[in-house]
Design a protein around this ligand. Structure first.
Ligand code: HEM
Length: 541
């Protein structure tokens, strides 16, 4: 202590006197306010300066990874360039050269990968590059247990084993078709000249997952304010809470203090209760049938029945899900099949609306698709639901769906991964803890892989075409963590488009907000599909 005092005295020989003066100054309440003001301003300046530093300067251990200049990035943001233009100008050149690049995104530095040779080991080695824990805020009690989307290692393996068969069976085409006919009734009954098809397809995707997944009718197509769509929307809206997104610690304050959070918690609890009852009821039905030596009719099996059956299967006791995990997974299927937390990406619905936009703006391709569908389903003037066999014959429909999901992938990338240990990717050293992600939009727009990548050209997916490429088409991800709902979503899209193009001729109205090109839902790169899509619909029957 003497040393300290001596050092202080050397700096300021009259230290004691100074100390006394400061104390005297601070005794005055007005002066105290001034001191507090300076302290707060200092803390704020420090916070802002360190945040700005973090945005402009990556951590030392990552500085060897190529990155776009933050100055150019900011300039492009200020100039309000579109996310795709920004990616084209600032990211693609780096990725074409190095296969990856560093980018500051949502408060973190992340390595983006879009080169096939680097993606292969990155997606394959889930031990070195596991998923980063998903942040679900505490008001969303539905997904509080581990689920397929977020779990790693043994938890994930066990759950995916239970769920895989349910997603690889025959898809509920008939159910998707019935929901689509309800969409038609709603569109036909609207008095507006240009109905917004994007809002109807969002509700269609919600009802398809409810009915196809658990035989539960949310009834949201016919009534957007139906009891369960309101509960669903209230419960899931909290995942998009901008306050908790920017300040996660706000979630630690009790939800009961804030009206909107109370509402979300109540809705989450109601949905949890509903799912618990559905599971209980279905479990009893399956058990009763088993006791009678019967099985649920394989045609009427939904995802939930298959999951329960796999659970009750006692051949392999390592393959099971607890009831709480089942609920967590069901809500994740709702979310992943319909929307993605925080980004409000509406996956299948976005893919459908995007394709309606591309067909509306490419009448020749729309006509060709209609001809194919009519040649297979006939042209009777009534709504007909295609069969599985008929859908399989619609090869041009497949090309249109693939091209839409290439040019405008509904999710920009896969879930965030991190390096679990120091490792390498190609020539690059990747330190432990680094955040990493594949960038689907970039992968789908690299000249190296795609001829005229910005042109909507379904013919490139015709296997007889000279420009045919397939390996770098990855809207559902790739490797062992590929989207489990891929078949489900593709089946939904096939049914909707086959029926829609048979029923309507469609185009963009004059003055459409999309006249100069599709306006995607989000301003950041990657959350794709139109929020609003008004179409001029001409009924064919
Ligand atoms: C157009 C529709 C869809 C798109 C574009 C899409 C895309 C994706 C992508 C890119 C991933 C991440 C893969 C990764 O991290 O490596 C994923 C994972 C997942 N998706 Fe989808 N998805 C769609 C529809 C669905 C549907 C309908 C469901 C469920 C009914 C679903 C359930 C899941 C689940 C559970 C995962 C996590 C898989 C795992 O980690 O094992 N998705 N999806």
């Amino acid at each position: 202590m003497d040393y300290v005092q001596e050092a202080v005295n050397r700096i300021h020989p009259n230290f004691q006197e100074l100390n006394h003066t400061v104390l005297q100054y601070a005794q005055n309440p007005d002066n105290r306010r001034t001191i507090l003001g300076y302290a707060a301003a200092g803390a704020l300046t420090y916070y802002v300066a360190s945040t700005v530093y973090k945005v402009f300067v990556p951590p030392k251990k990552l500085r060897q990874i190529p990155r776009p200049s933050q100055y150019d990035w900011m300039k492009s943001l200020i100039q309000k360039s579109s996310p795709s233009d920004r990616a084209r100008q600032l990211l693609i050149p780096l990725i074409e050269e190095h296969g990856l690049c560093l980018k500051y995104q949502h408060g973190e530095w992340i390595i983006l990968i879009a080169d096939y040779d680097k993606l292969k080991p990155f997606l394959k080695d889930t031990t070195t590059f596991p998923k980063k824990m998903l942040f679900f805020n505490s008001d969303f009690s539905l997904a509080k247990d581990p689920n397929i989307l977020g779990a790693n290692k043994e938890d994930w393996k066990r759950q995916r084993k239970v769920a895989n068969p349910a997603f690889h069976r025959k898809m509920p085409i008939e159910t998707f078709g019935r929901v689509t006919t309800t969409v038609f009734s709603v569109l036909d009954s609207q008095s507006t000249p240009y109905p917004d098809v994007a809002s109807v397809t969002r509700r269609w995707a919600l009802d398809c997952i409810g009915l196809g997944g658990f035989s539960f009718d949310m009834g949201s197509v016919s009534n957007p304010m139906s009891k369960y769509s309101v509960i669903y929307n209230d419960a899931f809206a909290i995942l998009r809470d901008p306050i908790q997104f920017l300040f996660p610690s706000f979630g630690k304050l009790p939800a009961s203090w804030f009206a909107y959070r109370r509402k979300a918690v109540k809705a989450s609890d109601q949905l949890r209760q509903l799912l618990t009852e559905i599971i209980e009821k279905r479990k009893n039905e399956v058990l009763q049938l088993r006791q009678q030596g019967e099985d649920v009719d394989s045609h009427s099996k939904d995802l939930l029945t298959m999951l329960i059956e796999a659970n009750l299967n006692d051949e392999d006791e390592k393959v099971f899900m607890t009831d709480s995990e089942l609920i967590s997974n069901l809500s994740i299927f709702y979310a992943a099949g319909h929307e993605v937390s925080l980004t409000s990406t509406i996956t299948t619905a976005n893919a459908v609306s995007s394709m309606l936009y591309y067909l509306a703006t490419h009448p020749d391709i729309q006509t060709k698709l209609r001809q194919e569908v009519i040649s297979i389903m006939g042209d009777a003037p009534e709504d007909i639901i295609p069969t599985d066999e008929q859908l399989r014959q619609m090869t041009f429909l497949e090309c249109c769906i693939k091209e839409t999901m290439r040019i405008n992938p509904p999710t920009s990338g896969n879930q965030l991964r991190f390096a679990a240990k120091d490792t390498t990717l190609g020539d690059f050293f990747i330190p432990e803890g680094t955040n990493m992600q594949m960038d689907l939009w970039i992968l789908h727009h690299m000249d190296k892989y795609w001829k005229d990548p910005d042109t909507f050209n379904p013919y490139r997916f015709d296997s007889k075409s000279a420009d045919y490429v397939d390996t770098t088409w990855m809207p559902f991800g790739s490797g062992e963590r590929i989207c489990i709902g891929m078949n489900f979503s593709l089946a939904e899209q096939r049914v909707m488009h086959a029926m829609f193009v048979r029923k309507y001729i469609y185009s963009l109205p004059q003055n459409s907000i999309h006249s100069e090109g599709m306006i995607n839902a989000k301003a950041t790169i990657g959350f794709f599909g139109p929020d609003v899509l008004e179409l001029q619909l001409q009924r064919r029957y």
